[in-house]
Design a binder for this molecule. Structure first.
Ligand SMILES: NC(=O)c1ccc[n+]([C@@H]2O[C@H](COP(=O)([O-])OP(=O)(O)OC[C@H]3O[C@@H](n4cnc5c(N)ncnc54)[C@H](OP(=O)(O)O)[C@@H]3O)[C@@H](O)[C@H]2O)c1
Length: 345
């Protein structure tokens, strides 16, 4: 089996850590790895499979002889380093929003739109994590007819904002228990015992940046440029795994609940959690660390015969980021779409 030389930029971050775990768990064939981050982390040792590997500060040379570069270091670093990695012949799979909406660049969720990938594609942005979980819950329903409108609300965990945000929730939870004042450092407001509208800037239409990304990116990946999507994104005091309440409107009558359950059970990457008798439905605590997106609370909308409602939870560090990225690499490898890098040594 072919082995790949990989670089992970952002290896010390929340998504980076998931990459390290996934490489071991999914046994992606790696012959050499470079773990990259900022100068701050240079020399830190991280476990990759069974080896301790020192983190290097990212530099142009770090992308020499790399087959696949996985990026999870934010948009600024992606804009700086992706062109260099590509020029050196690597395939770049990037978790930031830097290139997602670029013309001619595919925005791939492998279970949903792998057919858009061409051998000439070398740059693969991974979509917004909330959009990916939303789409995983909506895509299996497309077989029942054209989807006219989606209305959703998100309940987004702090890990969506990175490793420091997770530490902030842990610290504030202790402060709350000790009746001490809560001290926000990463988020603009206290997060323990609280929730707030997603902490990204509001645009001229009144949507925050997260909501706008979900709308645009969902339309791109689902290849439905005119799809009506209404979403409200909210940050909640959950450590990891995002949740979404979703209402889907079809052009015609909505499918039966049983048919929807079957569609979800047959769809790769979905786990059905829909136990009405025991009032047990998807929960972020169950979704955390799970590769599958959990879907349940499946019902026909009593107010509109064309609508259904579902609830979904997904570990956005996995399916919303590192796992989706690795799945892209696995598919490229299986189809032999990863060429030798130009600067191979
Ligand atoms: N968290 C999620 O659920 C999630 C989901 C989907 C996509 N994403 C995206 O994934 C990326 C990383 O998110 P995260 O949550 O893992 O963030 P994080 O925990 O804050 O980690 C950021 C990582 O990027 C590195 N980094 C930051 N600036 C850099 C620079 N200028 N040069 C080199 N390395 C730099 C950091 O290195 P140091 O340790 O040296 O600072 C760290 O390894 C972001 O683009 C984010 O939007 C995140």
């Amino acid at each position: 089996m072919k082995q790949y030389r990989v670089a992970i930029l952002g290896a010390t971050g929340a998504v980076g850590q998931e990459f390290l775990r996934l490489f071991a768990r999914r046994q992606f064939p790696v012959s050499a790895v470079r773990l990259l981050a900022s100068e701050r982390s240079s020399g830190k040792l991280l476990k990759f499979k069974s080896h301790n590997v020192p983190v290097q500060a990212v530099s142009a040379d770090a992308f020499d002889a790399v087959d696949i570069a996985f990026f999870s270091a934010g948009s600024e670093a992606a804009r700086q380093w992706a062109p260099i990695a590509l020029q050196k012949g690597a395939v770049v799979i990037d978790n930031s929003s830097a290139f997602r909406m670029d013309e001619g660049v595919p925005l791939v969720v492998p279970e949903i739109n792998w057919h858009v990938v061409r051998p000439s594609h070398r740059l693969f942005p991974v979509g917004n994590c909330t959009a990916i979980i939303l789409m995983m819950a909506v895509a299996p329903l497309r077989k029942f007819g054209r989807i006219a409108r989606i209305v959703a609300s998100s309940y987004q965990s702090v890990s969506g904002a990175g490793a420091r945000a997770m530490q902030e929730l842990e610290r504030q939870t202790r402060e709350l228990a000790d009746s001490k004042p809560l001290t926000p450092q990463v988020f603009p407001f206290p997060i323990a015992g609280n929730l707030f509208s997603h902490n990204t800037p509001i645009n001229e239409f009144g949507y925050n940046q997260e909501e706008w990304k979900v709308i645009q990116e969902t339309r791109k990946t689902l290849e439905s440029p005119g799809l009506a999507i209404e979403i409200t994104c909210v940050r909640v005091p959950v450590l990891r795994a995002h949740s979404l309440s979703i209402n889907v409107q079809f052009d015609g009558p909505a499918p039966a609940v049983g048919a929807m359950r079957e569609a979800y059970e047959a769809f790769p990457g979905i786990k059905l959690v829909d136990d009405r008798q025991n009032n047990t439905f998807p929960m972020p605590i169950q979704a955390a660390g799970e590769e599958d997106v959990l879907v349940g609370r499946i019902r026909q909308d009593a107010t509109n015969p064309n609508c259904v409602s579902v609830f979904a939870c997904g570990d956005q560090l996995l399916k919303g980021a590192a796992l989706n990225a690795l799945q892209i690499a696995e598919k490229l490898a299986a189809q032999e779409l990863i060429a030798e890098p130009l600067a191979s040594q």
